[in-house]
Write a protein that binds this ligand. Sequence first.
Ligand code: ATP
Ligand code: MG
Length: 236
Amino acid sequence: MNPLLEIRGLQTAYGPSQVLFDVHLEILPGQVATLLGRNGMGKTTTVRSIMGLTPPRAGQIRFAGARIDGLPPEQIAARGIALVPEGRQIFPNLTVKENLVAFAANRNQSPNPWTLSRIYALFPRLKERQHHLGYQLSGGEQQMLAIGRALMTNPRLLILDEATEGLAPLLRQEIWRALRLLKESGQTILVIDKYIERLIALADQHTILERGRVVWQGDSQALRHQPEVWKRYLSV
Ligand SMILES: Nc1ncnc2c1ncn2[C@@H]1O[C@H](COP(=O)(O)OP(=O)(O)OP(=O)(O)O)[C@@H](O)[C@H]1O
Ligand SMILES: [Mg+2]
């Protein structure tokens, strides 16, 4: 099977300060992959590079076989990559329903496209809140809305950057439950999060970054049995 996403030799800088040095990663269709690492190690920058928000300085990024590095962000998104960014960034002055339909699209002809009712089935709280404005939602509801909005673009790859950050445990559970359902439905996902045990249960493969370099890559089985790796590279 060909990878849906393939990153090789990725180098990215903010002005004069280089933060990614040689990031590589492959995600097969239907896989859930994680990006792990302590604060400031380059996880968000990797995602920004994929999306074209901070274009890479060197290296190659292929999506569904075609180079996307160098394309503008809107063209990368149009090929079927949706980002749920750190800090959610929903529209505060649109209702839940308006947020969901604002960018709805099915550019890649998904055979079973997302609809409002499917989103509401995944996150029943959003249905209850559908006429509330974005700013009236709790943090967890905003996060569900950010995920729902990303799904409404029918992404081939869904990227979540710290989707459970700062959420109460019950709301966090709801996000994990939704991610499990998405995985079961065949959605390809790249997830950044800090809950290593949850990620081991959910994901197929893991990439650990340390100061902009890949220091460990492997599957959940391997990560589960190497607690020394957690201690060394993750804050656990
Ligand atoms: N806009 C920016 N300008 C300059 N440096 C930046 C910028 N954004 C991030 N950095 C730096 O790049 C490095 C990697 O940051 P990045 O946000 O990718 O880390 P991260 O792994 O996502 O961390 P966290 O877990 O805190 O979200 C850090 O040293 C950070 O200070
Ligand atoms: Mg980050």
